[in-house]
Design a protein around this ligand. Structure first.
Ligand SMILES: [Zn+2]
Length: 313
């Protein structure tokens, strides 16, 4: 497979849109069963007991297939995502050859999204599932009405009946402003997803996986209280972007953290009002290196608004 990650993601989203159109689905929540009914052959979907490392599986039975879902999925949204991931293997080019090259059973890895280094077909099936469950065209108006931060994530979760993790990733992917969502366990990041505006910066492209939530963050505070995590407690504060992203400018960030109950993880949503573009950041760094050119510049207080005023000089 020689396609880039971006090309695979694009193909997965395009296929999900075609599948939705074929199934006649024009609004959320999307029924995975309605989608499964379009494959043209019987496709049983059964809940079973599975090894702890897997939440879903695809079995090949002659020329037919069967989708299995673990009965330990932490919630219904997670279960729906798992079914859509397995559907992705059926709809996306090259997956069946890859999965059933040797054997007739494929177990999909349990970690959703960017939690671990996955084979290309697992990542592509996740992208397909995310676009199928939360189609961009259906989600945009929901996000516009919902505002930002955790409120937007909850709006996606409610409208599309997804897990909060899936809703959070879709929020970050679709947000027009500076947003990052982070999943952590005991204060250690499992995966992070930043919006396009953040990923324009070198520091925003970093995965954060394996790093600890900043000491003063409500994420770290919440992680120390397992009862609060289990009870679905929510905390929020104002922090600094560079505490989360090494090398980012010193900009105030709104941090919201939510305990995910029996899933035993904390979901964090970071939202910045505005951040400088990479060009504005470069100009500022050049200026800092040169030092102030006269006393007026030296006296000027640090101000975020000035990023808009910066010009290349
Ligand atoms: Zn899979």
């Amino acid at each position: 497979m020689t396609l880039t990650r971006e090309a695979l993601d694009r193909a997965a989203r395009q296929k999900a849109r075609e599948v939705l159109a074929d199934a006649g689905i024009a609004n959320g929540p999307v029924s995975p069963f309605k989608v499964a009914a379009t494959v043209g052959f019987p496709l049983p979907i059964d809940d079973v007991t599975m090894p702890p490392a897997a939440f879903g599986a695809l079995y090949k039975e002659g020329n037919s297939f069967r989708i299995l879902v673990s009965n330990t999925c932490p919630n219904e949204g997670f279960r729906r995502f798992t079914i859509c991931h397995e559907l992705g293997h059926l709809f996306l080019d090259g997956h069946l050859d890859e999965l059933f090259e040797s054997g007739d059973r494929h177990f999909s890895e349990a970690g959703q999204f960017r939690g671990q280094r996955k084979p290309w077909f697992e990542t592509q099936a996740d992208t397909f599932a995310a676009e199928l469950l939360v189609p961009t065209a259906f989600a945009d108006p929901v996000l516009r009405a919902a505002g930002h931060g955790l409120a937007a994530v909850r709006a996606i979760e409610a409208k599309f009946e997804t897990s909060l993790s899936c809703a959070a990733v879709r929020y970050a992917e679709l947000a027009g402003d500076s947003v990052a969502v982070i999943l952590s366990r005991n204060g250690t990041v499992e995966w992070a997803c930043a919006s396009g505006q953040m990923r324009e910066h070198w520091w925003g492209k970093r995965g954060l996986k394996g790093e600890n939530a900043p000491r003063g963050s409500v994420t770290a505070y919440l992680a120390r209280d397992s009862k609060a995590v289990a009870a679905g407690a929510e905390r929020s504060t104002e922090g600094w972007l560079n505490d989360w992203f090494d090398g980012a400018p010193v900009i105030s960030v709104e941090e919201e953290a939510l305990g995910l109950g029996s899933y035993d993880r904390v979901l964090t949503v970071l939202h910045c009002g505005s951040i400088p573009t990479p060009d504005q950041e470069r100009i500022r760094q050049d200026r800092d290196r040169r030092g102030p050119t006269d006393w007026r510049e030296a006296m000027r207080p640090y101000s975020l608004d000035r990023y808009e005023d910066l010009v290349d000089d």
